[in-house]
Design a protein around this ligand. Structure first.
Ligand code: FES
Length: 233
C-alpha cells in the first residue's frame, strides 16, 4: 500500500522541464523564452569552424584593365546597333518595294498619243487610268472663240490659256463634274460638249456654261515631249 502511494505521489509531482525567463515590456506585454544558459551540442558538430561558402577565384577570367573592358563593351554595343539598323533598313525597304506599284501598273499610268493621226477640228477619246480623256485638235476659229469669252461671267472662272499648253490641243478628262457621266462632243449650246444626263453645257475650252455641273472639265497631267507626241500622266 505504501508502495502505491509513493508511485501516485511521484506522478502528481510537477516536473521541471527547462528554466524559463520572462521578459516584460513597457506596454505590459510579456514573453517567455528558454534560458540562454541552456546549450545544445550536436553530435555531428565539428570542433573547427566550417568553410562551406568558399568563393571561387575568377581572377583568370577578368580583363586586365577597366578601360579595356569598357572599350570592348562599347565596341559590342556599337556593332550590334549597326547590325540592327541595317536589318531594320532592309526590312522596311523590302516592305516599301513590295507596296509600290508594279511595272505593268506604272506602264498603264502613262499613255502616249500620236497627234499626227488627229486631224484639225476632230475629237479623239482615249482611255487613261480607266477614265475617258478627250483630245481636241482645235481650229484657229475655235481658239479665238475660247479666248473671246469673258472669264468673269463663268461659273468656274478660267482663261483658255490656263487650260491648255498648246492652244491647238485641248486635253481634258471626259467626266462630267456634276455626277460623272461622259459628255458628248461637238454638242450643246456652246459648240463644245454636252452632258445629256442632267443637261450641262461645256464650251470649246471645256468650261461649264450652263446646267448643274459646278466645275469645268478637269485637265489631266500631260506633256508634249516632242513634236507630234503627247504623253498623258
Ligand atoms: S452628270 Fe452631267 S449633267 Fe449631271
Amino acid at each position: 500500500m505504501n508502495c502505491l502511494r509513493t508511485t501516485a505521489a511521484r506522478a502528481l509531482r510537477p516536473r521541471t522541464i527547462a528554466p524559463l525567463t520572462t521578459a516584460r515590456y513597457a506596454n505590459g506585454a510579456s514573453t517567455s523564452h528558454f534560458d540562454d544558459t541552456s546549450e545544445y551540442k550536436s553530435p555531428f558538430a565539428s570542433p573547427e569552424p566550417r568553410t562551406t561558402t568558399k568563393i571561387p577565384d575568377f581572377s583568370k577570367y577578368r580583363g586586365g584593365s577597366t578601360s579595356g573592358n569598357k572599350l570592348f563593351g562599347y565596341f559590342m554595343v556599337g556593332t550590334m546597333g549597326a547590325l540592327s539598323a541595317a536589318g531594320a533598313k532592309a526590312t522596311i525597304q523590302d516592305f516599301l518595294v513590295n507596296m509600290s506599284a508594279s511595272a505593268d501598273v506604272l506602264a498603264m499610268a502613262k499613255v502616249e498619243v500620236n497627234l499626227s493621226a488627229i486631224p484639225e477640228g476632230k475629237n479623239v477619246i482615249i482611255k487613261w487610268r480607266g477614265k475617258p480623256v478627250f483630245i481636241r485638235h482645235r481650229t484657229p476659229d475655235e481658239i479665238e472663240e475660247a479666248n473671246a469669252v469673258k472669264v468673269e461671267s463663268l461659273r468656274d472662272p478660267q482663261t483658255d490659256a490656263e487650260r491648255v499648253k498648246q492652244p491647238e490641243w485641248l486635253v481634258m478628262v471626259g467626266v462630267c463634274t456634276h455626277l460623272g457621266c461622259v459628255p458628248v462632243g461637238e454638242a450643246g449650246d456652246y459648240g463644245g460638249w454636252f452632258c445629256p444626263c442632267h443637261g450641262s453645257h461645256y464650251d470649246i475650252s471645256g468650261r461649264v456654261r450652263r446646267g448643274p455641273a459646278p466645275l469645268n472639265l478637269e485637265i489631266p497631267e500631260y506633256d508634249f515631249p516632242e513634236e507630234g507626241k503627247l504623253i498623258i500622266g
